[in-house]
Design a protein around this ligand. Structure first.
Ligand SMILES: [Zn+2]
Length: 353
């Protein structure tokens, strides 16, 4: 017993002495998981900070500014056409995006997408890449697009420039370590970005990618009254909406939770039945190179001749959360109110009063 106690003590001591950052699931040395990483001088020097637009570092839960000087999406859904990817430009193209993985639930999504020969975009959290590099590699090898979704999934506008750079670069390098390709696309958690974040991302060679259609599926993890049928019901309404036919779209879902990942086999048939072609975001904007390296992604396959039957989701619009027809449009009219982020995992933690 004494020997066992001694071994246990030794093991516990080792766990204390060896920091999390060097117990490498992923090759390399990485910051602690799920926390904003420390500034890294080697990363910071990649950005000319004197050329960044001078948007202030926001306080969490701060009041929205009275004027939207820095195109702050959280408060105004403001976007910049010269830098931001907002929707697929071509009719009947659909950029299906899944955020916050890779997780164990990503695997079932990949299994299903394989059966349909469909490629999508995954915006991944660096801390999850560290934990699940093999799942990310599988997604990449299958031809899905991989993009940066920060190391810790905090609100970027609340972080200093040096930490924002570290959030993006540690994630970019974790992805590179996992798949041997360097992503050129980023998505800000919660859509929380402004001109400072745009400029940092652009200088680092990453295209800010938002969405124009949001399922709000993350609410299913927090709100017991959330009905999972609302997710498919959103898609059913979107594909039938005559005001949404002029362009393609980019929708937001999550593979962070089992119940939201499980919606993918339900919503994909709705899009296929409506003759949409599901593509990675990079392909819908005609970018064959979503990585720094000259890795050409497989071209999206046209809708198969044999279609799966669409499910019969509810068409009762009273069951659809939020505003299914909401567009992320350029706006100079900010909404006054409180910026509210209810949790660190949801992607769209915003409620403006
Ligand atoms: Zn997210």
């Amino acid at each position: 017993m004494k020997l066992i106690n001694s071994i246990s003590f030794l093991f516990a001591a080792l766990l204390i002495l060896v920091p999390n950052s060097i117990i490498a699931v992923l090759p390399g040395t990485w910051p602690p998981l799920n926390a904003p990483p420390p500034a890294n001088a080697n990363y910071t020097k990649l950005v000319n900070t004197t050329k960044l637009r001078n948007a202030p570092v926001n306080k969490v839960n701060a009041t929205c500014p009275t004027t939207d000087q820095y195109c702050y999406w959280t408060c105004s859904t403001c976007t910049r056409n010269d830098t931001d990817i907002i929707r697929c430009p071509n009719k009947l193209d659909w950029g299906l995006t899944l955020d916050d993985g890779p997780t164990s639930f990503t695997t079932s999504v990949l299994d299903y997408l394989d059966t349909q020969n469909i490629k999508v975009t995954f915006f991944v959290i660096g801390s999850n890449v560290y934990t699940n590099p093999d799942i990310l590699l599988r997604a990449y090898k299958a031809g899905h697009q991989i993009g940066v979704h920060t190391w810790s999934h905090n609100q970027l506008t609340t972080q200093t420039t040096e930490v924002v750079i570290a959030e993006l670069m540690y994630t970019r390098d974790a992805i590179k370590a996992a798949i041997n390709a360097t992503p050129k696309y980023m998505r800000p958690p919660y859509g929380d970005y402004d001109d400072r974040i745009r400029d940092i991302s652009t200088q680092l060679g990453m295209k800010p990618t938002i969405w124009d259609l949001d399922t709000n599926d993350w609410m299913s993890a927090e709100d017991p009254t959330f009905n999972l049928n609302w997710i498919a019901a959103n898609f059913t309404q979107w594909v039938a909406d005559p005001t949404l036919t002029a362009t393609g779209h980019i929708s937001l879902e999550h593979d962070l939770y089992n119940q939201t990942a499980a919606q993918i086999p339900i919503v994909v048939p709705i899009l296929k039945k409506a003759n949409y072609t599901i593509k990675p975001v990079s392909q819908c904007i005609n970018d064959p190179y979503p990585y720094v390296e000259s890795v050409v992604t497989p071209t999206a396959v046209a809708t198969p001749t044999t279609r799966a039957s669409a499910p019969t989701p509810t068409t009762d619009t009273s069951q659809i959360r939020g505003s299914p027809t909401q567009h992320a449009v350029t706006s100079t009219t900010p909404t006054s109110g409180i910026i509210f982020f209810p949790d660190v995992n949801g992607c769209f933690g915003k409620a403006i009063n």
